[in-house]
Design a binder for this molecule. Sequence first.
Ligand code: SAM
Length: 450
Amino acid sequence: MESSTFIRPEKGAELELTIDALAYGGNGVARMEGYVVFVSGAVPGDRVRAVVTKRKKAYAEARTREVLEPSPERIAPVADHPGAPWQVLPYERQLAVKQEQVNDALTRIGHLDGYVLDDIVPAPAQWRYRNKLEYSFGTGEDGALVCGFHAPGSWHEIVPIGDCLLASERSNVARDQVLAWCREQGLTAFDRRTHTGFLRNLVVREGRRSGELQVRLVTGPGELDGMSLAAAVDCEGLMWTRTEALAETTQGGVTEIVAGNKSLQEELCGLQFSISPHAFFQTNTEMAEQLYAIAAQRADLKGWERVYDLYCGIGTVGLSLAARAGEVWGLEIVEQAVADAISNARRNEIKNAKFFAGDVRLALRDLVEQASRPDVMVVDPPRAGLSQKIVRRVIEASPRRIVYISCNPTTLAPNAAQLVEAGYALRRVTPVDMFPQTPHIECVALLERA
Ligand SMILES: C[S@@+](CC[C@H](N)C(=O)[O-])C[C@H]1O[C@@H](n2cnc3c(N)ncnc32)[C@H](O)[C@@H]1O
């Protein structure tokens, strides 16, 4: 067939495509006379049959139905796991793609140059590295309750998982214990189309150093025999969150402690941390330590500096820098996380760190007024990065040095470009592989007032 027949294919159409690159986010890229199709489940060199799931003016999205001719680069997958789509690429190749995508984002989106791009820091553990897994409940084809992940591209179909190779064995056992108990009790899964049914999600978190496990069951409104569940699950803390939200989220709702500890204990960078169930904690503990060590090197503290830790979560970055700083001021929107940060400072006998609850967008000016302007600012925003307005607030605060920890190079790039426009120089960027077998990219960027 001529490729011109494929121009702007209809949703639902089946196409035969050759993949020539990987896009940011992990999809394969195929081109039909300049019209781009992003194909999930495909890697460069594959010839695939794919179904179009979305059609836009400038591009389409498609999902692989069948790999007709596999790329010579492909390796056999280790596990049937929707959360590990890049396992079909050798680890070295995954690293090279991530490195390239960071550079690509900075040069093509940010039009930046003159910076040093370090080699990506690889992860020593390429499997079982996650300290947090969020599972979903669903109903299998035979009507049985299942606990697993969303099928690729589906918001309602849940595929069961046996041994989740991104989690520890103990974490897997806890998930199976909860599932067995729920089946025994005859509980039903929340149906995402009809909004009926009880069981929604299961969050299993693990203190990799402390060995503690925190299990949180997320359900709709209803009753639960907590004592019986606690007897069935081997963990140090058991929580139950009830929510009426329609969206698939494990945040929000009302959380109660069913049994054991109310927060998870963990050790990081030689400090002790408590982590509340709704507070953020880096999901790869071992790599988080490396990430923070790089951030500390870039901060290059001499001991007198005023450091801001924006988007501070439970205070891990700020507290790990405190011994080398004059003072640390942290800002975070989740109140529970701020309470953790304050008690974590106390617990580690750190007296020069203060933490505040607030939205960086609204509270940064107040912080500058209260604390005076920072010498060094660490920012670690969610994937959306900083809005232009927040970047303007950062520029107003006028730190000498900015250490930007980013989980999305495509938002780091425009943020860095805006800072460069305002007189900062992008000195150095270090990609860090926190998430092997996935397309996710983390990096640490250093910007200095030129
Ligand atoms: C990527 S996490 C980083 C947390 C912490 N630096 C760490 O390494 O554990 C981003 C954090 O930003 C917080 N956050 C999101 N939006 C925010 C906002 N508008 N203002 C302040 N904090 C926000 C989230 O709750 C989360 O704790």
